[in-house]
Design a protein around this ligand. Sequence first.
Ligand code: SAM
Length: 324
Amino acid sequence: MEVPCVIVDRSAGEQTRRRLAAAGLLDRAYDIDADAASVYLPVTDATAVPDSLRVGTHAVEPRDQQTTVAQLLGYHPSFERIGEIALLHEDDPETAAAIADAIMAADLPVTAVLNRRSPIEGTHRVRRWDRLAGGSTVTTHREYGYAYTVDLATAYFSPRLATERRRVTTQISAGEHVFDMFAGVGPYAIPAADRGADVVAADINPAATALLTENAARNQVDVAVYTADVRTLTDRFTGWADRVIMNLPHTAGEFLSEALEVAADGAILHYYDFQPRSDPFAPAVETIRAALPADVTLEVLETREVRSYSPEQVNICVDVQVRS
Ligand code: SAM
């Protein structure tokens, strides 16, 4: 089929393709064609093409399959997606830019590409990002029927914990009292409330609790949200909780006395930690045991490797039941 195309020398083909894609002029309904001398890039609006580029017509095939990032790059780059945002972990800026261009040009529902600039850091457990394409760091993540607004620049969120969150939240019964000490944007608290639990959710990061409040409304559940250092809250909930979620792996150990303060007799604690692969559970159980008052006993219900964290360490969860 003859369609308007930008016709360029082969040596300028990729650069021009990117330029047209960035301007929204590349017509993805047709295949790009090439011969020994030229590349033919179908365009959506010949009149909008800059004067410096030659426009003609050329016979190209309608596209019968979607363009993938790998087709555009010639290799499979590694990237992750949260909602409509693609996330790279690429040290070389030129490689990162090429991958970002290909992601935006491919047939993917992606509106922004971010490259990791820092590890997850600080009290709020947020990463810094370089924005390579698109603008917003806000997107919607869908998980087991729930929709979460997340903002990767201001509040912690990881889709990699979805299975673990599901494991914990499917244990929750209607009427239970659940205390989520480090709630983030609500991926434990919201399913817990949806199962009929009374949920108290705390986070020290106001951006996280603003999103949690929005997400509770979005998913039509009630959660009591507190923007606070959880240590300042626990005396209001002494002995209240049937279940305490402690998803702050670096430092959950420092909050065990507060967790035990809110725990009712027979409560279950979900304690997250990073531990060496060689012996992931014993040190965490020992930390919990050491925090127990003399009259409280502990039963380990389950130990789980949640995911790999680094070559040496794994993210674990230890579920324990405490009785006095
Ligand atoms: N549970 C959420 C999830 O799975 O997405 C968030 C987990 S994130 C690893 C830990 C959260 O704890 C962060 O949102 C951080 O702001 C919050 N946090 C850190 N220190 C805190 C404290 N002392 N009191 C309350 N929240 C705290």
